[in-house]
Write a protein that binds this ligand. Sequence first.
Ligand SMILES: [Zn+2]
Length: 289
Amino acid sequence: MPAIHAIRTGLVKVRRAQMESRGTGAARIAHMLFDEEWSEWLPIYAWVIEHDEGLIVVDTGETSRVHEKGYHPSWHPFYRRAVNFSVHPEEEIGPQLRARGIAARDVRQVVLTHLHTDHAGGLIHLTGSKMWVASEELRRASGFGGRVQGYLPHRWPKWWQPESVRFEDRPLGPFQQCMSLTKRGDVLVIPTPGHTPHHISVVVCGSPSYLIAGDTSYNQRLLVEGKVDGVSPDVEVSRQTLTRIRALAKERPLVYLPSHDPESEQRLVRNSLLEEKTGEILSVTELAS
Ligand SMILES: [Zn+2]
C-alpha cells in the first residue's frame, strides 16, 4: 500500500458563498464576490504518493509570488474582491519536497486535478516529471478566455507541456471510466466534473482507499450534505459527482481528501473513513490503524 503525504503549501481565504453556493444564476456569482462572510484560513494541499513504481504528486499548490504586486490580474473581480492568500517561500512544494529528501527528478508523475492557480502555482518546482491534465481543462484555462475564467495561463512555465489524460471504459464503482497511473492499476485518475467541467481526482486503491479529490467540495461536510460550491458552472453536474463519491464510499472504505479541508490531513493520518451508515445519511467513522 503506497504511503501518502499531505503537503500544505500555504493558506487561502474565500467568501463563504464560494464554499457553498448561494442563490441561482447570476446571483450565485454576485454572492461569491460580495458575500459579507469569509471562510477561515483554509489549507492549500498538494499530495505525494510514494509508490514503488515511482513518486506521484497530485497538484502543486500555490507560489509565494501571489504576494508580488501585479502577480494576480488587478482587473479581475475574483482577485480584487474574493480571495486572500498567505504563502511563504518555504511553504512552496519545491522546498517542502527537498525537506523530505525528495528531488524534483525523483517525481515520476504529476497529476493536476484542475488548473486554478492554487493547484498549478508550484509547477515551476517539478521539472522533468510526466504531467497529466485533462485536455479540455487545459483548453478552458488557456489564453485570454482562461484569464477571464480566473486561470493564470501566463504564469505557467514556458517549458510546461502536459500530457492529456486518456480515460478507458473501465468502471470504478459508480465512475464509468478511469486511467491508471501505475502498471499494477492501483492509482487511478477518475473524472469528477463540477468545480470545473473537466476536473479530475486520484484514487489510491487499498484498504482503505484514498480519494485525492482536489476541489470536488471544500470540505467533507459539504460532500456529505451534497452542497455544491459557488464556482461550479453546472450545479447539477457537480451534485452528481458528489453523489458518485458518496456511492463509492459505500462500496469500499474510503478516506476523502479534498485540497482545502482543514481536516484532510488528520483524516489521512487516522484513516478516518467516509462511510455510508443508513440510507442517505452519512457519517465519519475511524478505522483502527
Ligand atoms: Zn479550484
